[in-house]
Design a protein around this ligand. Structure first.
Ligand code: ZN
Length: 307
C-alpha cells in the first residue's frame, strides 16, 4: 500500500513500552489521577525486581504530571506483585516507529472513508482512537492482553493493537505484507462502525436471549460484517490509487489465516464449527471481497440470509 501522501491520525495513543499491572477493570478511586507517594513506597518495598518499572513510574509521574497513570496502574487492585517481571521484559516485539506511522496513516484513512460514507447517508461519524500497546494495557473492557490479538472496545471506542500480533501475522499465520496489517486495522474499525450504527448494541441485546451455540453463530455474523467493512475501505483506498499489486491478496490471505477453522486446525488439529466466532476462512474472504466490490454500507447485511 502506498502511504507516502497519506496524513497521520492525531487519534493515536502510544502506550508502547508502558506496562499495565493486574486487574485493569475500572478505577474505583481517582481514575486518571496521580499515584500517591505511599503507593510508590509500597511498590518500592514490595519487590526488588520492579525497580526499573518504579524508576519509570517515578519519571512518568514527574514528566507526565501523572495524567496517564490511572491507565498505567490498576490502582484499585491488589495484584501488584505478579506484574513486575513483565514490566522488566524487553520490548523487542514493540512496533517500530515506521510501523506506528503506517498504522497511524491507515487508521486516518479509515476515518476519512467512514466520515464520507456516513455523510452520504446523512450521518455523522465519530471516529475511534487507536491504541498501540505492549504486553497488557487497561481498557474500558478490562485488561487488554496481547494474547487475545487486536481488538475493539465499544466502552471506550478504542482499537487496541499489540505489536506482537504484527509479528505473528507473518511468522505464525503466514500472512505477509503491510496490507495484511491494514486489513486487521480496518476490520477492528469495522467493529467501531457497528458500534456507531447501533448494530453492536442490538447484537448484545439479542445475544443474551440465545444459547451459547446460537450466540456464537450470531457473533460470526458480526465478525463477517466487520470483514465486509474492511473490504469496503479497501475499495476506497483502491479508488485513490493507493493499492499495490498483491495488496488484496495479502488481505485475503490474512482473512484466511485468522479464520476460525484455520486457527482451530493449527491449535487442535481439527475444526469445531459450533465454536466458530469469526467465521470460516472461506466466509471471511467472501465478505471482505463483497465489501471490496460494493464499498458501501448498504450491501453489508450479514445478519439475514445465508452467509
Ligand atoms: Zn472482529
Amino acid at each position: 500500500m502506498k502511504i507516502d501522501d497519506l496524513k497521520k491520525s492525531n487519534r493515536v495513543e502510544d502506550r508502547r513500552g508502558q506496562r499495565s499491572t493486574g486487574g485493569g477493570f475500572g478505577r474505583s478511586s481517582g481514575g486518571g489521577g496521580g499515584l500517591g507517594t505511599g503507593l510508590l513506597l509500597q511498590l518500592l518495598l514490595s519487590s526488588g525486581k520492579g525497580k526499573w518499572l518504579i524508576l519509570g513510574l517515578l519519571l512518568l509521574t514527574f514528566i507526565g504530571g501523572g495524567s496517564n497513570l490511572g491507565s498505567l496502574v490498576g490502582l484499585d487492585t491488589g495484584g501488584y506483585s505478579n506484574t513486575y517481571q513483565e514490566a522488566a521484559e524487553s520490548s523487542s516485539t514493540d512496533v517500530t516507529d515506521d510501523e506506528a506511522v503506517f498504522l497511524s496513516k491507515v487508521f486516518q484513512s479509515t476515518e476519512d472513508f467512514w466520515t464520507e460514507e456516513f455523510a452520504s447517508e446523512g450521518r455523522r461519524y465519530n471516529p475511534p482512537t487507536l491504541v498501540l500497546y505492549s504486553g497488557r494495557t487497561s481498557t474500558a473492557c478490562g485488561l487488554g492482553d496481547a494474547a487475545t490479538g487486536p481488538f475493539y472496545c465499544p466502552g471506550d471506542k478504542k482499537v487496541y493493537i499489540d505489536l506482537s500480533f504484527y509479528r505473528d501475522l507473518t511468522t505464525k499465520y503466514n500472512a505477509e505484507g503491510d496490507f495484511a496489517m491494514a486489513y486487521v486495522i480496518a476490520h477492528e474499525v469495522g467493529h467501531h462502525v457497528q458500534n456507531e450504527l447501533g448494530t453492536m448494541k442490538e447484537f448484545s441485546r439479542a445475544r443474551q436471549q440465545l444459547s451459547e451455540k446460537e450466540a456464537n453463530a450470531l457473533t460470526v455474523r458480526l465478525e463477517l460484517q466487520a470483514d465486509y467493512y474492511a473490504g469496503a475501505w479497501a475499495k476506497y483506498v483502491g479508488g485513490q490509487g493507493l493499492l499495490e499489486p498483491g495488496d488484496i491478496d495479502e488481505a485475503m490471505a490474512a482473512a484466511h489465516a485468522v479464520g476460525d477453522d484455520t486457527l482451530q486446525e493449527q491449535a487442535y488439529g481439527r475444526v469445531v464449527p459450533d465454536s466458530f466466532t469469526h467465521g470460516t476462512s472461506e466466509q471471511r474472504r467472501k465478505w471482505f471481497d463483497r465489501g471490496y466490490q460494493y464499498g458501501d454500507l448498504a450491501h453489508g447485511d450479514t445478519f439475514s440470509g445465508d452467509i
